[in-house]
Write a protein that binds this ligand. Structure first.
Ligand SMILES: Nc1ncnc2c1ncn2[C@@H]1O[C@H](COP(=O)(O)OP(=O)(O)OP(=O)(O)O)[C@@H](O)[C@H]1O
Ligand SMILES: [Mg+2]
Length: 322
């Protein structure tokens, strides 16, 4: 339903010598989390803003599901898409609660439903509702404003989320918990998420696939594992730091290195790991428990196993192709 497809999309701003986006084609699957990665000025924000028609391409087409987005009114389109901008973009004259309520009100939700949604979302972004719902944006720190921005974007329960460096001004600890929250959310409620970042660790941690932009062109669009182990160019290789092995381990999900469950295998208490955890966590667990094998779980169900060898192989594959 909420697949997003770019077909030969280009955009050049007036008075500039190079296109900001140059013949981009790609398809983002429904319920996929794609991180758009690349250096400053490569076109990440521009690409995102074309999806909710804040910018119109000069040529090419963008589809949401099977509908070209030009067929949908900009207002209608934006109601279906949560949007978190690089700076929080809150309405300064509205309280935190009023900011979050904007889309639910447009959607005609009841007062009670809106109020409970506000509290639920504030809890989600770790701001106490009693303390924060009546404050104004100017009475919040930069990171708190950003968190309210995220809550506001999620409020109407959109199928598509466009997030432009949403965790930029947030401290490392809160950032990590918001990343976890976002992964969890996406697994549970199947949102299609386009997430801009220039932080490779964040990208490798969150993404189902990473779209790498260089001067307005897509140079690689692939899984974190493939990007790390088979970078298509020197540029990609350097961008993702493909030769740092410890980093690679901490950034590769358990599921990328697991093997099938051997016959008669019994999971042992304390020697299990979720499929979306990373290989560095797996390695620590193996070292701490002395386990020869970890059972990989998906929602509590065993789906594979992981050994020291498979972790080593995953690390080796990375360095070999680097
Ligand atoms: N409104 C505009 N008018 C003219 N040029 C623009 C405009 N917006 C962006 N650009 C140019 O288009 C290119 C891409 O900009 P964009 O904002 O998409 O980059 P970005 O990848 O998001 O960078 P950053 O990581 O710094 O946010 C840049 O060269 C920028 O200077
Ligand atoms: Mg930007």
């Amino acid at each position: 339903m909420s697949k997003i497809r770019f077909e030969q999309v280009s955009l050049q701003f007036q008075g500039t010598t190079h296109p900001a986006i140059n013949h981009c084609s790609c398809e983002i699957d429904s319920a996929e989390l794609v991180v758009i990665l690349g250096p400053s000025g490569c076109g990440k924000t521009t690409l995102l803003k074309m999806v909710n028609r804040l910018y119109e391409p000069d040529s090419g087409k963008i589809y949401l599901g099977n509908t070209e987005i030009r067929q949908i009114s900009a207002t209608q389109l934006r109601r279906q898409m949560g949007y978190v901008i690089q700076k929080s973009g809150l309405f300064p004259h509205m309280s935190v609660a009023e900011n979050i309520a904007v889309v639910p009100k447009l959607l005609g939700w009841s007062r009670g439903k809106i109020q409970s949604r506000i509290d639920e979302l504030l809890e989600l972004v770790k701001l106490s509702p009693t303390e924060y719902r009546h404050r104004y944006p100017s009475q919040l720190s930069g990171g708190q404003q950003q968190r309210v921005g995220i809550a506001r974007a999620l409020a109407g329960n959109p199928e598509v989320m466009l997030m432009d460096e949403p965790f930029g001004a947030i401290d490392a600890i809160t950032r990590e918990s918001l990343q976890e929250e976002l992964s969890r959310l996406q697994r549970q409620v199947n949102k299609t998420i386009l997430f801009v970042s220039h932080d490779i660790e964040e990208a490798l941690h969150l993404a189902d696939r990473i779209l790498i932009l260089q001067q307005g062109e897509i140079v690689q669009f692939d899984t974190p594992y493939n990007i790390l182990t088979q970078p298509k160019s020197e540029f990609v290789h350097n961008l993702v730091g493909a030769d740092d092995q410890v980093r690679q381990l901490s950034l590769l999900r358990v599921e990328t290195a697991m093997s099938p469950i051997p016959p008669n295998h019994q999971p042992c208490e304390g020697q299990t790991i979720a499929r979306y955890e990373n290989l560095r966590q797996a390695l620590s667990l193996i070292l701490a428990t002395g386990a020869s094998m970890l059972t990989v779980l998906d929602d509590g169900k065993a789906v594979g196993v992981l050994t020291l060898e498979s972790i080593r192989d995953a690390a080796k594959t990375g360095s070999k192709s680097a």
